[in-house]
Design a protein around this ligand. Sequence first.
Ligand code: URP
Ligand code: ZN
Ligand code: ZN
Length: 459
Amino acid sequence: MGYLLVKNGSITDENGSRRADILIEDSRIAAVESSIAPDSLSGKTRVLDATGLIVLPGLIDAHTHFHLVSRGTVTADGFGSGSRVAAYGGVTTVVDFADHNKGMNLVDSAQYRMQEMKGGMAIDYSLHQGVYGHGYNPDIPSQLEKLKEMGIRTLKIFTTYRDTGYLLDDPEKLSELFRHAGRLGMLVTAHCEYNPMIEEISANWTGTFLPRDHADLRPAEAEARAIEFYGTCAMKEDCPLYVVHVSSEAGLNAIRKLRKQGAVIYAETTPTYLFLDRSKLEGPDGSLYVMTPALRTKQDNLALQDAVMNGEFQVVATDHCTFTKEQKLANPDVRRTYPGVPGTEEMFLLLNTLREKNPGRLEMKDLVSLMCVNPARLFGLYPQKGSFQEGTDADLVLFDPNVKRVLDDSNVHTNAMYTPYRGFEVSGEIRMTVLRGKVILENGNYSGREGEGLFIRQS
Ligand code: URP
Ligand code: ZN
Ligand code: ZN
């Protein structure tokens, strides 16, 4: 492959920015120095002039659902289009999910997912393994050790979704899972909505089940209650808990309370809960904004933004889970609407816009922590991913901070064919995305190849 030399960029890691050059040899970072002369290199060299650009480690979206088969359908973005969307967003690695398949144990489920992804992914990927109520059995602890050997050491549990069989709510099983995960140094991640509360509200509901009712059918209090219940359970077993897609101030307060009690709680939020509020659920296209947890109030958005800027969240990811407008609008009964929205492409631009609006409170280095370093560390990918260390994967992004554009259905690349951030003015543009030394996005042109993405083991 030869050399790629990125010159004169503002290299930004979690410690800050500095003017430097990056030399990439084949797929690895060979050197980061204040100045590297092209004629000092013996071999084919492509020089990229990054003057005026910010150079970031390749972003990680630690929460995606590409090609999710669920509720009798499949998501619009599969592995190929998911990879394309990611590259447009500067994302070079995703941590996706292996479902706990019905009739399969965890190891077979993981192998099945790895096999599925292998031929389709054009960017790198790692996996969280689902542990679902329908398949929980006494063999689970021994399966965890095998998963770890396979390079999967993060698990995913659901505190809701009885209909799909995902719900895991038996306290004894939960204690057992947390105990063994803690012992093995595995990280349990949890979708937190307290199912008894949600089922009770639904059972007593006398109103409609339209999109505008979604936020009341699945309220913030249910998120807080689930965080409290599952967090306490994990703490009793000395196991950390990673709460995915925190959506509300109430949920955040539950995390604060647990942390004060000594629990190790890692928290992730998503652009949906930072920038969209429940008013989106009103009107004829309210279904397009149906996701779980439901959208909250503007006050919740602001409380979460504050918490991002205060360092209370470790990770921003997206929960990219896409359906076309036709799929989303097919059933106005919110209990049947396919939940989830696109986000991987928009993630960094939205967070950079928040940074621009809050000088001194959120810096570029903080974005690197939230979307590169912290997910890489928590999910066992660091320093291979999320860093500029010599010898590691040459994943990087050239970012132009001096451009503005308005997001629109016509300028995003998801197969869902819409963006929930339509009309948002965002700052900056991903000019180039480099995966292991190979340019996969350049000035708006995508050149990723399905099958070239690699499974990255979590260590
Ligand atoms: O609505 C959502 N979030 N769909 C994806 C699955 C999940 O719960 O994360
Ligand atoms: Zn979820
Ligand atoms: Zn999800």
